[in-house]
Design a protein around this ligand. Sequence first.
Ligand code: ADP
Ligand code: MG
Length: 581
Amino acid sequence: MGIKILSDKLASQIAAGEVIERPASVVKELVENAIDAGATQIELEIKNAGKTLIQVSDNGHGIPNKELALAVSRHATSKLSRAEDLFDIRTLGFRGEALASIGSVAKLSLVSKHCDEKLGAELLIDGGVRGEVRPKSAPNGTVVRVENLFYNVPARLKFLKTDITESRQITGLITRYALAYPNIRWQLIQDGRVYLQTTGSGERQEILQSLFGVADAKRLLPIHFEDGDIQVEGYVSELNLTRSNRKDITLFVNGRWVHDASLTAAVIRAYNTMLMVGRFPVVVLFINIPPNEVDVNVHPSKAEVRFKNNDKVFSAVQRAIKRGLLAYTPVPDLNTAVLWGRPVEQEYSYRETQDQIHWSEKEIQSKSLPKNGQTVQNPQQPLSREYLPVLRLIGQVASTYLIAEGPDGLYLIDQHAAHERVLFEQMMSQVRAGTVPSQTLLEVSVIELTPEKAGILESQMHIMQELGFDLEHFGPNTFSLRAIPAILADGDPSEAIYAVVNAFEEDETPLQSEIEAKVAARVCKRMAIKAGQVLTDIEQKTLLLNLETCQSPRTCPHGRPTMIHISAATLERQFGRTGAI
Ligand code: ADP
Ligand code: MG
């Protein structure tokens, strides 16, 4: 194939690939344009996670009629003219690429009225083909409508994640921008549901609540820090509010949301040894520095920045966070052991299980058994034989494990993992039989969620019904729960709902055929008895009996072992009995 110059159309589609990766990237570009236009009100309407429609309306200064056609041309911008300006950018946009790119991969309509003009104008572009500019009466400002995104680049469509994920990206983005620009009145509607509505009063608390939920937002400490020409403000989490990943560290630099690995690392370092290994803080920071000290032109979608002086910025960020944390640290009392030592996490975590298993393994090896013996089964590896022999319960250890005797030695059973397995198999066999006994709650439980979580739950309602939850829409983002699966009757009903929502929030996108089992596994994990819970004799016996009837009793539904087996032969060998006289 000889060298050819690409057609304009193809060249634009390739260029668009850099800027417009998914619906949320379109939303980001349009919202940045509205902010640059000085809007005090921005309304977004989204359909089908942005695949069918993305409409952004603003009341900014608008585009003059004669410039409308230019606005959608490549490399056309009103925000930059000289090369020097590139290092003193005060707007979010400057590349003059977004509208042209969007127009090449969707149907784009632009209606705008400039504040100094009497009449507005309209322009349509379809897959890169530009129509005529037509006069149109409109209020001051701009309405951009993007329909059928990627209809002409099917490969892109295939790369998109599920609607839940794509829609969540949009909500997360807009909520963060609303936090960064609290003086703008924001409204986000997705498929007719209001996901975010702010007053534009400059108050951030309410927006924080929609981003993190009421309870978590209360545990965020406001910080404000200034040193010379650098300013850091925002929110940092108390030490007992942590996450298992970095996703809730949000950083804005000069009003721009950036994803900067080293800046994120600086934030985490500020917490230093105060958090458990593998736990991360919740942080929202707005960093302001003179525009000529930051290069924003290093990434096509402007998601990364480069600082003239990294150390200066990192050190300011770290001092800001440390001071903030110190200022709010309570006077030491008995509770500080909990506050500083390890997070008070109600939820039983995977890490904890693993630690406990390792601990017990180590304990056995170092105390009871000679080091050289290949004695204890690797607890990571489920034992091969599936059905369990009949077990005789001996008792409970450390309020966490059951000890039992079988025909072939000793069994140490993790009570939480075992109960998870039991609940899961009971639930799934009822679901398969199509008869899930429900238990009506004495009092209807009302569950209020953030709009994002409500959206997730709503999309899984049918599965919840199948699993035996009687759940109804009660008001915007509120659900009433009247009945739960009978086998879960002992637990806190709303816990089960949160478990499901969280599962999907962590971006679990199981195959449709597996969703039921995944949801059930999540619910059962949350509802199962915990490590550290003292069980009565009857409860211990029942658990063991139920486990014996399971089809896969040796692992929990998440694949972790429910038990460790030490055979009689092993015991004999370790005590030096084999061959002894
Ligand atoms: P950039 O933002 O990098 O300049 P865009 O392609 O996003 O490039 O927009 C091109 C131009 O169109 C902008 O420079 C601006 O003049 C105009 N424009 C786009 N959106 C709006 C809007 N919502 N309000 C006013 N002007 C706009
Ligand atoms: Mg722009």
